[in-house]
Design a binder for this molecule. Structure first.
Ligand code: FCA
Length: 364
C-alpha cells in the first residue's frame, strides 16, 4: 500500500495531485527540474507523517485504522460483534471502520476503500467463504492484515485456508451440546422416537454451520435417537425467511410427525423453523427448538408466553468482536501476530437463566 494513505495532510494531497496531473497532461508537463523539486516536496511531506509513529517506528494508536466487515449487518450477532469492537477501539485509541459487506463485490470495494483511507488491517466475516483466496490476495496486495472471524476462508480446493488467521467457535462441540439437550428434553417430556423427528436446519456451504448441525445430529444418535428420523432442512439463505421456507417444505413432506426436535446453524435458522411449526398449527409445547448465538433470540425468550424456542447456545460476541479487534491492533502496533486458529465455546441459555447470563456477558 502506498504510504500516501497514512497521512492526510491537505498539503501532501495537493502535492500528489499536482504531480499526477502534470504527468498525465503532456501539454502542461513542467520541466524535469520542476518535477524533481515537486517530488522532493512530496518526500518532505511524507517525512512529516513520522509523527504518526513512536520512537521505535511503530504506528501510534491514534494512527491505526482497522476495518470490521460483516456479512449480515442486520443480524443482532454481528451488531454485537461491532459493539464490542467499538469498545476495543475506545479502550485502545484506534479508529474502527465498520462495513456491512453482504456480497463479494461489496467486500472487494470495502478493501479498496480501507486501503485508500489508510487502514492497516481488517477483520471479516465473509459473505461467501469461497471468496477466501480473492480476499487474502487483495489484502496482501494492499498491505492489509486480515483476521477471518466466525466463517473460515476456503481455498480453491474447498479446504480451510489455514494460513489466514481465524477466530471461530468450537462448532462441532457446541452442536453436540444442542443435540444432548434436545435428547434430554425429549426424555423429560416422555416422547417416543415413533412420534418424534429431528429437524436440522442447515446451510452446509458454510463449514462452521455444517459442523454445528452435524454435531447436534451425532449427539442425538449417540443418545439413542434413530438416525433415519433426522431430517435436514437445507437453507437457500441463512436467515429467518430462508429457514421458514425450508422447514415448511419439510413439514409438508413429513406430515405424520407429532413432535419435532429442532436444531440449526444459528438462532435465525431455529426461529424460522419455530415460525413454520406455528404456521402449521403445532402447539408451543409439542416441539423443542434450540438455537446457537443466544443473541438473536432475546426477544423470543422475553415473550410472555413460551414458544417452542426452548433455548440457545450463547456464544461470546465479546471474544469475537473485542478480542479480534484487540489482536489486530497489537499485530499492527507491536508486530504481535495472533494465533492462527482460536476457538470459543458456548453456554446454554433458557428462559430460566438468560436474563442473568446476558447481564454477566455485558449484552443486556
Ligand atoms: C456464522 C453465523 C452467525 C454466527 C457466527 C458465529 O457466521 O452465520 O450467525 O453464528 O457464525
Amino acid at each position: 500500500m502506498s504510504t500516501f494513505h497514512y497521512c492526510h495532510s491537505p498539503w501532501r494531497l495537493a502535492v500528489v495531485t499536482v504531480l499526477r496531473d502534470s504527468l498525465l497532461l503532456p501539454m502542461k508537463t513542467p520541466p524535469v527540474p520542476a518535477l524533481l523539486s515537486l517530488a522532493a516536496l512530496a518526500l518532505a511531506f511524507t517525512a512529516g507523517c513520522s509523527k504518526k509513529t513512536d520512537s521505535a517506528g511503530a504506528p501510534k494508536a491514534d494512527a491505526i485504522k482497522i476495518g470490521f466487515l460483516v456479512k449480515q449487518p442486520e443480524e443482532p450477532w454481528f451488531q454485537l460483534e461491532w459493539k464490542f469492537a467499538d469498545k476495543a477501539a475506545q479502550d485502545l485509541g484506534f479508529t474502527l471502520i465498520k462495513t456491512g459487506a453482504t456480497d463479494g463485490e461489496k467486500v472487494l470495494a470495502a478493501i479498496d476503500n480501507l486501503a485508500a483511507g489508510g487502514a492497516q488491517g481488517f477483520i471479516i466475516c465473509t459473505p461467501d467463504t469461497r471468496l477466501g483466496t480473492a480476499i487474502a490476495t487483495k489484502a496482501r496486495a494492499a498491505n492489509l492484515k486480515v483476521i477471518a472471524v466466525d466463517d473460515q476462508f476456503l481455498g480453491a480446493d474447498g479446504q480451510p485456508i489455514k494460513s489466514v488467521h481465524y477466530l471461530g467457535i468450537s462448532a462441532g462441540k457446541i452442536g453436540e451440546e444442542v443435540g444432548k439437550t434436545l435428547a434430554a428434553e425429549m426424555k423429560k417430556r416422555g416422547w417416543t422416537p415413533a412420534d418424534t423427528a429431528v429437524c436440522a436446519v442447515t446451510f452446509d456451504e458454510v463449514a462452521t454451520i455444517k459442523e454445528r448441525t452435524d454435531g447436534a445430529a451425532a449427539a442425538l444418535v449417540a443418545a439413542g435417537f434413530p438416525k433415519d428420523r433426522i431430517y435436514r432442512a437445507s437453507l437457500r439463505t441463512l436467515d429467518i425467511p430462508g429457514a421458514f421456507d425450508a422447514v415448511n417444505v419439510l413439514l409438508t413432506q413429513q406430515a405424520g410427525v407429532k413432535h419435532w426436535l429442532v436444531c440449526g446453524g444459528n438462532d435465525s435458522a431455529v426461529l424460522g423453523a419455530v415460525r413454520a411449526l406455528e404456521g402449521r398449527g403445532f402447539p408451543a409445547d409439542s416441539s423443542v427448538g434450540i438455537g446457537i448465538n443466544g443473541t438473536d433470540c432475546i426477544t423470543e425468550l422475553e415473550k410472555e408466553k413460551p414458544t417452542s424456542f426452548y433455548g440457545s447456545m450463547l456464544l461470546s460476541a465479546k471474544a469475537h468482536g473485542y478480542q479480534t479487534a484487540e489482536m489486530m491492533f497489537h499485530w499492527i502496533k507491536d508486530g504481535k501476530e495472533p494465533p492462527l486458529d482460536s476457538r470459543t465455546v458456548g453456554v446454554l441459555i433458557t428462559r430460566d437463566n438468560f436474563q442473568q447470563v446476558l447481564k454477566e456477558q455485558g449484552i443486556r
